[in-house]
Every structure is written in structure tokens, then in C-alpha cells.
Design a protein around this ligand. Structure first.
Ligand code: PMT
Length: 407
């Protein structure tokens, strides 16, 4: 007899269904998740019942479907805080433009939104709407806000829409949703009991009270690593330069810094207790020698040019390489040319165990994007990975480190 895989056995999922035509497609997703052993609690937004019935979803999930703060049958309270703490994953699919906007602005006028605001687990959102609504700058801004909260957006599909039009806005296909859910939930606590330190984002090196020298790092790579490491069981210290991001997982201790020197001080202070350190920050190599106490004024006498003297910043990764005892040290290399050559040089110069190379020669890799294409380089290995979302890149890096160094 064929054995049914129980990859999600014991995993608890809250599935939020909102009022969109694609809601019926979630029957197949629920069936699939149940087959893999997951427990599913479904919550409808107030409009969901216009499109699908509670009866069909409660039958499939083997639990009552909630939509109100109070049960109309026995008057009991559907405790949103408890629900938010119960789940290993909150998946909102399909998520309409309306619910998306409310989530992005912290509104709380229904049970699903209250659960969203209370949830401590990873949140995944699969938007579905008409193409013009999806393309509207308001919706796009809401999506980036939600991403900056650490929520994961499952990309919309491109094709026929309920309106008869065709374009971007369809609910992601069942297989895509399943892939995202599986990736998020299949981790096996590989990093339980481990301390992981991650540097993320840019540094800002002040010139005067209003100006700084910075770079284009958004922090997305480092925050994805922090969220993933925490999901895999680690206690994470995330040292971050200025970004708009908010880490999602309760096991992440965030320490905000601004300059390379501050990042150096905090990283080295925390270094000795770590098992794994990943330096994903884009740290300024130089800083202005003098910081003006007042705004630097345009000075006619200086003519059309101005000199700024720069001095070297300490190299955080290199210093950790010198001090390391049994910590595993992973550095990044961001290159624009001859990536492999420079990455290998960094591996030995900084005494790192792994260098993750991302090169701007690869489209979709490096700064700002939601994707990255990396090469994992060690003394013995050189792995080239395809272009993928940064959350998946994070999973690959952490799994590599676990298999090769921490098992
Ligand atoms: O933040 P995102 O928009 O998601 O973009 C991600 C990223 C491109 C910033 C990230 O993937 C990345 O490549 N980070 C390292 C960028 C960098 O500064 O590379 P580098 O080749 O200059 O530095 C090499 C390594 O030394 C890095 O691990 C860096 O963190 C570290 N370093 C560098 C200088 C310094 N003074 N101290 C350091 O620790």
C-alpha cells in the first residue's frame, strides 16, 4: 500500500479566506494540506461567504470556520490572541485589495485582521484581484509595506481574470501556494539551541547633521536570513543598519545601528557566544574623517568642487575571522566583475568558512531586489544556485551551513 507523505504532520495553519472569486480554489489547497497532515483553522473575512460556504470548508478542514469575534451559537468568544499564538503559519489566500490595504494600515475591524495583528508566526499573503487594482500604486505600496513588516507575498499569477481581462492579478496556482507553505513549514528545527548572529542592511556614515554616505542595501537579504534562521530554531541576534524592515519572528533580537563603527562594536561584543555568524550587511569601507557639527554650506570660495577626506572603517568580518574559535563564519561578497576571483580572495583574507557571492553581472541579484542569485564558495566547494526569492536563498545558505558545519 502506498504511504501518504505526512510532511506537515503536527503543523498548525490558519487559513484566512477573503471575499474574492478565487476563494473556491482554496478547496484544493485545504485538501492538499490536510493530506500532508496539517491542522487547519479557517477564518473568513466578512465578505468571504458571498463567494464560498462555511459548510464546505468546515467539512474539509474538520473544524468550524470562524468569521466573528463571538460565536452566534453559544455566545463564546473566538479569542484572536490565542488563535494568533496557536498557528505555525498564517496564510491569507486569496487576499483582496481591501484586506491587503487594511493589513498594511493596521486596521482591525474583523476577526481575521485581529488574528493577523496578533500573530507571532510567519505570515504569507497570496493576493488576488483585477489587473488594474493590482497595478494601482496604492496596492503596490500596500504590498511593499506588508513586505517591510516581514510578511511574505506569494506572487500573483498572470493570465485570464474573472473580469474577462487578462494580466497580472490572478491568485497564484495551487502548486505555487503549496511550494511556499512547504518551504516555510518543512524546517526541522535544525538550529535548535544554536545562536546565530546576522548583520544586515547598509551603514550610514555621517558627513554633517543632514548628510551621510550610504549604499543601496535594503536589508532584505539579511532579514530573510534572520527570519529563516529563527524559523529553523535559532536564537538570532540581528544587527541592522537603517532599513524599513521589521523582523517577524519572536526569537530575533534586533539591534539597530547606523555606522560601520557601531555595527563593529555591537557585533564584536556579541561574537563569542555565537555558533554561526552571517555578515550580509553592506558595510561602508570608508567614512568621512571629520563630521561637521553644522550643515556644510555651499562655499563660493571652494568653487565647483569640494574635497572630503575619508578614513578606513574597521572590517567586522575580518576581525571576527581573527578572533574566531569554533564559530562558523559566513561572509558575503558583492562584486561587479570577476566575482569568483574576488570572492575566493575574501574567503582566505577574512578567514571565513563560506563566502556567498552575489554579482551585479547577474540580473535580479544583489541590492534592493526580492530575488538573488548566489554562488556558495568554500575552500572545497563552489555551488552556483539559480535565481530565486531571497527567502529561498536564505534557506539554501542555512541548510548548507547546517549540513557542512553544524550537523
Ligand atoms: O540588503 P539587500 O538589498 O537585500 O542586498 C543584499 C546585499 C547585496 C547587500 C547582500 O547580499 C551582500 O552582498 N552583502 C555584502 C555587501 C558587501 O559589502 O560586500 P563586500 O564585498 O564589500 O564585503 C565583504 C564582506 O565583508 C561582507 O560580508 C561584508 O558584510 C563584510 N564587511 C565589509 C566591510 C567592512 N568594513 N566590514 C565587513 O564586515
Amino acid at each position: 500500500m502506498e504511504k501518504t507523505p505526512q510532511a506537515l504532520k503536527g503543523k498548525k495553519i490558519i487559513l484566512g479566506i477573503t471575499g474574492g472569486i478565487a476563494a473556491y480554489k482554496m478547496h484544493a489547497v485545504v485538501r492538499h494540506l490536510k493530506k500532508l497532515g496539517a491542522e487547519i483553522q479557517i477564518i473568513f473575512s466578512p465578505c468571504a461567504e458571498e463567494f464560498v460556504t462555511k459548510l464546505s470548508f468546515s467539512t474539509m478542514s474538520e473544524r468550524p470556520v470562524y468569521s466573528e469575534f463571538y460565536s452566534s451559537e453559544d455566545g463564546s468568544w473566538n479569542n484572536h490572541v490565542e488563535l494568533g499564538l496557536w498557528a505555525d503559519l498564517l496564510l491569507i489566500a486569496p487576499c483582496t485589495a481591501n484586506t491587503l490595504a487594511k493589513m498594511a494600515h493596521g486596521m482591525c475591524d474583523n476577526l481575521l485582521l485581529a488574528v493577523y495583528l496578533s500573530a507571532k508566526c510567519p505570515v504569507m499573503i497570496a493576493p488576488a484581484m483585477d489587473l488594474d487594482m493590482y497595478a494601482h500604486p496604492g496596492t503596490q505600496r500596500n504590498l511593499s509595506n506588508l513586505e517591510s513588516f516581514g510578511n511574505q507575498i506569494i506572487p500573483v499569477g498572470d493570465g485570464a481574470l474573472a473580469s474577462g481581462l487578462s494580466g497580472k492579478g490572478r491568485l497564484a496556482e495551487e502548486e505555487v501556494i503549496m511550494e511556499y507553505v512547504n518551504t516555510s513549514l518543512s524546517s526541522k528545527n535544525e538550529f535548535k539551541g544554536k545562536n546565530v548572529l546576522i548583520t544586515a542592511g547598509p551603514t550610514h556614515e555621517p558627513l554633517d547633521p543632514v548628510r551621510f554616505i550610504g549604499n543601496r542595501s535594503s536589508g532584505k537579504m539579511g532579514y530573510a536570513l534572520a527570519d529563516k534562521a529563527a524559523q529553523m530554531g535559532a536564537m538570532v541576534t540581528l544587527i541592522s543598519g537603517p532599513t524599513n524592515l521589521v523582523p517577524q519572528h519572536p526569537n530575533i533580537k534586533l539591534i539597530n545601528v547606523e555606522t560601520a563603527q557601531e555595527m563593529y562594536d555591537v557585533a564584536l561584543k556579541n561574537f563569542s557566544s555565537q555558533d554561526l555568524v552571517i555578515a550580509a550587511a553592506a558595510v561602508a569601507d570608508y567614512r568621512p574623517k571629520n563630521i561637521a557639527s553644522q550643515k556644510i554650506k555651499k562655499n563660493i570660495e571652494n568653487g565647483d568642487s569640494m574635497q572630503i577626506e575619508l578614513i578606513k572603517n574597521p572590517d567586522i568580518l575580518q576581525e571576527m575571522g581573527k578572533r574566531k574559535t569554533d564559530q562558523i563564519l559566513v561572509g558575503f561578497a558583492l562584486e561587479t566583475t570577476q566575482g569568483l576571483k574576488y570572492a575566493k580572495e575574501k574567503l582566505s583574507k577574512k578567514n571565513a568558512d563560506v563566502i556567498v557571492l552575489n554579482t551585479l553581472e547577474d540580473e535580479g541579484a544583489g541590492f534592493g531586489t526580492d530575488t538573488n542569485k548566489i554562488y556558495i564558495i568554500t575552500e572545497k566547494d563552489q555551488l552556483a544556485l539559480p535565481l530565486m526569492p531571497k527567502v529561498h536563498v536564505a534557506q539554501e545558505i542555512l541548510t548548507f551551513c547546517h549540513h557542512n558545519f553544524l550537523k
